[in-house]
Design a binder for this molecule. Structure first.
Ligand SMILES: Cc1cc2nc3c(=O)[nH]c(=O)nc-3n(C[C@H](O)[C@H](O)[C@H](O)COP(=O)(O)O)c2cc1C
Length: 340
């Protein structure tokens, strides 16, 4: 018997734990349906909001991959251990057109037992409930509130918000929860924030599942030009980020309990990493960089690798969730164990 990959993410029944995460690679109907065709159980569309400044931010999208020695390489040549420095923006399409694209993709996904989520980043908080209600009215069954955008500190004032205060994160979540009756996930940032407190607040405010955690910000001077690589600060991520994200997943599970559904993101590069997120307590995993480098085939590869791992373990996907997190020792307990 092949392993059973199906898994429940609160009210969302997933055909497997793999979600194509949001980013520039999922900005068109073709992108969104390609992610579904590659096997993803869900795809989160590129984040959007009502702000013109957010749209303009996409005029300056740039990224570079860095190998050992901070050597820049073209995207197609990036290895799985390469790090990425980038500037990102928001969907530039007019809002109604973008919703129509997402709704068409979700109809396609639904016929195949999969999902498409509309991702919203807060700009004007008075507009946020309207955007969420628009998405649901357009037919979307799932809204993701993106409170994780690492670029918020560099963006034009008012273009995007990334709250670090749990009270504020809870209020934004409640505003969206009040506007939609479908599935609601909330993606959180790790930088300088108490992620567990943020997760508790957004769950309390009505999130069906919590996504952990957003990317970091970085800065890299170029030795030859003595100027910043990309000319600015940028989002910074890589396979190295996996254990940092896994720790927040495990800590959040320990604090909020196994009944709160979690989604992991940041650093998964193969099926083993997807399994590691599950073992830390996630029920699903969002991947982006591997798709940017390899194309949507990365999703198929990661699912094959996950199936092979589960087959070798004789386990179904749902049996992994939290197994390592629930066995974690305090330093004191580890000391007792090593003495005894
Ligand atoms: C170029 C780029 C653009 C991204 N844009 C978004 C976005 O608009 N909304 C969002 O929620 N996450 C966005 N992300 C974050 C990804 O969805 C994902 O959570 C993150 O990259 C970590 O996963 P990875 O290690 O597989 O890349 C972006 C990531 C990258 C690299």
């Amino acid at each position: 018997m092949p392993p059973d990959l199906r898994i429940a993410l609160g009210p969302i029944a997933l055909r497997n734990p793999l979600i194509c995460g949001s980013g520039e690679h999922v900005r068109t109907l073709e992108d969104l349906t390609a992610a579904i065709d590659a096997g993803a159980a869900a795809v989160v569309g590129k984040s959007a909001n009502e702000s013109d400044a957010g749209r303009r931010q996409s005029d300056a999208i740039a990224w570079t991959f860095l190998e050992d020695g901070r050597r820049e390489v073209p995207t197609a040549a990036a290895s799985r251990s390469a790090s990425m420095l980038n500037r990102s923006g928001l969907v530039q399409q007019p809002w109604d057109e973008w919703l129509a694209t997402l709704a068409a993709a979700d109809a396609y996904a639904s016929e195949r037992g999969a999902w498409v989520a509309a991702s919203l980043i807060p700009a004007d908080e008075r507009e946020l409930p309207r955007l969420a209600a628009d998405a649901e009215r357009a037919g979307l069954r799932w809204v993701e509130l993106n409170l994780s955008a690492p670029h918020a500190g560099e963006a034009a004032p008012g273009a995007i918000e990334r709250p670090g205060d749990p009270g504020r994160a809870g209020r934004l979540t409640a505003a969206v929860r009040g506007a939609v009756s479908g599935a609601l996930t909330v993606k959180l940032a790790a930088e300088h924030h108490d992620v567990v407190a943020l997760a508790a607040a957004v769950r309390e405010a009505g999130a069906d599942a919590v996504v952990l955690v957003g990317r970091h910000m970085g800065f890299l001077p170029d030795l030859a030009t003595r100027r910043p690589v990309l000319g600015s600060f940028g989002g910074y991520s890589g396979a190295w980020a996996l254990p940092l994200a896994l720790r927040w997943v495990a800590k959040t599970r320990a604090a909020l309990g196994p009944e709160v559904p979690l989604v992991g993101t940041n650093g998964a590069r193969d099926g083993g990493d997807v399994a590691r997120f599950l073992l830390a307590g996630a029920s699903a995993v969002q991947v982006a960089s591997s798709v940017i480098v390899e194309g949507f085939g990365a999703l198929t590869r990661m699912l094959d690798e996950l199936s092979a791992y589960l087959g070798a373990q004789g386990a179904d996907a749902r049996e992994l969730v939290g197994a390592a997190a629930d066995a974690v020792l305090s330093y004191e307990e580890a000391a007792v164990r090593s003495r005894g």
